[in-house]
Design a protein around this ligand. Structure first.
Ligand code: HEC
Length: 164
């Protein structure tokens, strides 16, 4: 084997090993855009819970209905939560307020607030711009119910102790 080939092989192996071991941080995204916000609403799963019937319809819900909240209850030891109407919610915030809220968001289950805390700033801005571009629509979701109060149907019941 020629020495140049060996060198390339060794360099290649070294690069592969470094990348695999270090899990380099995600690259910064492009400038905020409405199009990216739409993409994020889909792939970051916001629609899955905040858009009525989205999971059941395998995502085939008209964009006008996206993120208008859902009356499906999430019933568990925390009480019953409902995915709020983000179309109305965003109307009350300006973009910078949303970025601050999203960074510090903490809610009851099953909202993955810990994932939202990690969304990169430009992506938060994209999400906001997309929701604002859609404009206000729909009704507020039902109000939260305290633990032990059985909600009206439809609801999804979580096991009291998922570990058992
Ligand atoms: C598994 C279902 C689910 C997914 C996925 C989900 N949410 Fe939620 N979300 C909820 C529920 C349920 C609540 C209400 C929690 C509560 O009442 O404490 C909520 C609450 C929120 C709130 C708080 C609103 C307020 O009034 O304070 C924001 C903001 C939010 N979600 C944004 C998002 C965004 C952005 C995404 C996508 C990145 C997302 N959610 C994905 C279910 C979900």
């Amino acid at each position: 084997m020629k020495s140049r080939t060996v060198k390339r092989l060794v360099t290649g192996l070294f690069v592969t090993a470094t990348c695999a071991g270090a899990y380099p941080a995600a690259q910064a995204t492009d400038a905020p855009s409405i199009a990216r916000g739409k993409y994020l609403a889909e792939i970051a799963a916001c629609n899955d819970c905040h858009t009525p019937g989205y999971m059941e319809a395998a995502g085939k819900v008209p964009t006008e209905l996206w993120l208008t909240g859902d009356s499906l209850g999430w019933y568990g030891p925390w009480g019953t939560t409902y995915a709020p109407n983000l179309r109305l919610y965003m109307q009350k915030l300006d973009e910078d307020q949303w970025v601050t809220i999203a960074r510090n968001l903490q809610t009851r289950p099953p909202m993955p607030w810990f994932n939202v805390n990690m969304i990169e700033e430009n992506d938060l801005r994209s999400l906001y711009r997309f929701v604002r571009a859609l404009g206000p629509a729909g009704q507020p979701a039902p109000a939260y119910l305290p633990p032990g109060q059985v909600p009206p149907k439809p609801y999804i019941e979580f096991p009291a102790d998922p570990g058992s």
